[in-house]
Design a binder for this molecule. Structure first.
Ligand code: ATP
Ligand code: MG
Ligand code: MG
Ligand code: MG
Length: 483
């Protein structure tokens, strides 16, 4: 079953069950406290938290999501993408646990001829909160094998917003892919993050009012008057189950880019096994990042040195560098991006109509990066060789060299870190940072001296904070990851 069809089946199913079908919100989060839309519930937060009244009692969507926290997993766990789609159904004071469990079970196990996904119910496992007797009842009633219901403490299976307000237990559906992916869950312990018991669908029961407390250590003050349901199913994960594929990079919406990377590089991707060979991981990174860049630019994000634009820039750069590590030095986005667009356009026809603009942004960024690489790579190689000469056991690239690469050749520090790491060389980051600070202070002092004739040092702290904040937040998340 094509991914686009799994998507429309979802929407048709919930429309049939009286849900308002709400189009995906932009990847640029409608909630200003986060950069990107990270889950299907994000556009519905005011209705779930209760600050606004929902216009409908039930809703369903397929939401485009970006999770930068998963960037290190990409290509390695093979079930995490930076971009993915989250199918969601929501009840705002309407149906609760019983209704949500009924709907989930019927859709997952209902026959494909009747609009369901046709998964084998005997292979479904569900994790619940260990105090949630209602969830246990509802799940056994629909037919989940009681031996497959795993009770977990609040730390593992409880949703909240991090502050006093609504909170509640989750029930997470996992699909057992079989013993070739890992050990049996003997004694009822599912590995909730594993490849064998693949997490596919999280049902959140927004049930309680919680009080003050750290982490998950807070009192439950009572039941909410208006309880909500918020669920999220990973579309790509269900797609690889239904397409009989090994992982999310091998489904119809992603694999064409892997194939193109194979063709461009003349290397062969290891199909049908979660190979961790460097080239296989690189091809998955390429396929993931090209798709994420396509979708982000589609939603209006442009490459920049901070915030969302910096994430986009890093995605494009990692894709380009991964292709270079696969041995392709020419520009590759003009081949890869249209292929990704063609794989996605059944669900997102606007990608086709907007492609002239999208591709221009992407190709210009690739060209700019290629110029940066051309200018700095030889310098970096020389610095690496020097570091190795100085110490063969634990070679360190000097902070001054990293600073020169940044200052003269536009090499961001994370790129220097990544490229040096590929040669087994670490970087004196402290030295680099102190030189950066010196430079900022000098620039600031110069500007001030020009303006006022004297130097006010109290401004440095504030300036440093402003300059360091966003860069540190996003820039070093995958500094140790392979490009
Ligand atoms: P995991 O434990 O696998 O990282 P999660 O618990 O972080 O997933 P949820 O926040 O519960 O994920 O999101 C709901 C569903 O979205 C998950 O059950 C999964 O199917 C899917 N999902 C989450 N993160 C990703 C991702 N990075 N790529 C693809 N699908 C994802
Ligand atoms: Mg996760
Ligand atoms: Mg999880
Ligand atoms: Mg989860």
């Amino acid at each position: 079953m094509r991914t686009a069809e799994i998507r429309t089946r979802w929407l048709d199913y919930f429309a049939k069950h009286d849900h308002e079908i709400v189009p995906s919100a932009s990847l640029v989060s409608p909630d200003p406290s986060i950069l990107f839309t990270i889950a299907g519930m994000v556009p519905f937060i005011p209705y779930i938290v209760g600050t606004e009244k929902a216009p409908w009692p039930r809703a369903a969507s397929v939401q485009k999501c970006i999770r930068t926290n998963d960037i290190d997993n990409v290509g390695k766990t093979t079930r995490h993408g930076t971009f993915f789609q989250m199918n969601g159904n929501f009840s705002f004071g309407d149906y609760f646990k019983d209704g949500a469990v009924d709907l989930a079970w019927e859709l997952l196990t209902g026959s494909q001829a009747d609009g369901g996904y046709g998964l084998d119910g005997d292979r479904l496992w569900v994790t619940i909160w260990d105090q949630d007797a209602e969830a246990l009842d509802a799940l056994t009633r629909v037919g989940v094998d009681p031996a497959h219901i795993v009770r977990l403490p609040r730390e593992e299976n409880f949703w909240d917003t991090g502050q006093p307000g609504p909170a509640g237990p989750c029930a997470e559906f996992h699909y057992d892919r079989g013993p070739q992916y890992g050990p049996d869950a003997v004694g009822g312990t599912v590995d909730p993050g594993g490849d064998r018991y693949l997490e596919i669908w999280n049902l959140v029961f927004d049930q309680f009012l919680r009080g003050e407390g750290r982490g998950k250590d807070y009192p439950l003050l009572g039941e909410l008057e208006h309880k909500s349901i918020d669920t999220g199913l990973g579309l790509e994960r269900v797609a690889y189950l239904l397409q009989g594929k090994e992982n999310m990079y091998e489904i119809d919406e992603v694999f064409p880019v892997v194939s193109a990377a194979e063709e461009l590089s003349g290397k062969t991707y290891t199909l049908g096994a979660n190979s961790q060979a460097a080239d296989d991981v690189r091809m998955r990174v390429v396929a993931d990042h090209v798709r994420s860049a396509l979708m982000l630019i589609g939603d209006g994000v442009r490459p920049a040195n901070d915030g969302r634009g910096y994430v986009l820039r890093r995605l494009i750069r990692r894709a380009v560098r991964s292709m270079r590590l696969l041995g392709v030095d020419e520009a590759t986005l003009p081949v890869l991006l249209p292929i990704s667009k063609d794989a996605m356009k059944a669900s997102y026809p606007e990608l086709e109509t907007d492609f002239a603009r999208i591709s221009q942004v992407a190709y210009e960024e690739e060209e700019a990066f290629r110029r940066t690489l051309a200018a700095g790579t030889t310098i970096l190689d020389t610095a690496v060789a020097k570091a190795k000469k100085t110490s063969s056991a634990a070679p360190v690239l000097a902070g001054a060299e990293a600073f020169a690469l940044h200052d003269t050749y536009g090499f961001p520090i994370d790129l220097t870190l990544e490229m040096a790491a590929e040669h087994g060389v670490s970087v004196d980051e402290t030295g680099f940072r102190s030189l950066m600070d010196d430079q900022r202070q000098r620039a600031r002092a110069d500007a001030l001296a020009k303006k006022t004739g004297h130097v006010d040092t109290s401004l440095y702290a504030d300036l440093r904070q402003r300059l360091d904040g966003p860069v540190q937040f996003l820039g070093y998340t995958d500094a140790t990851a392979e490009a």
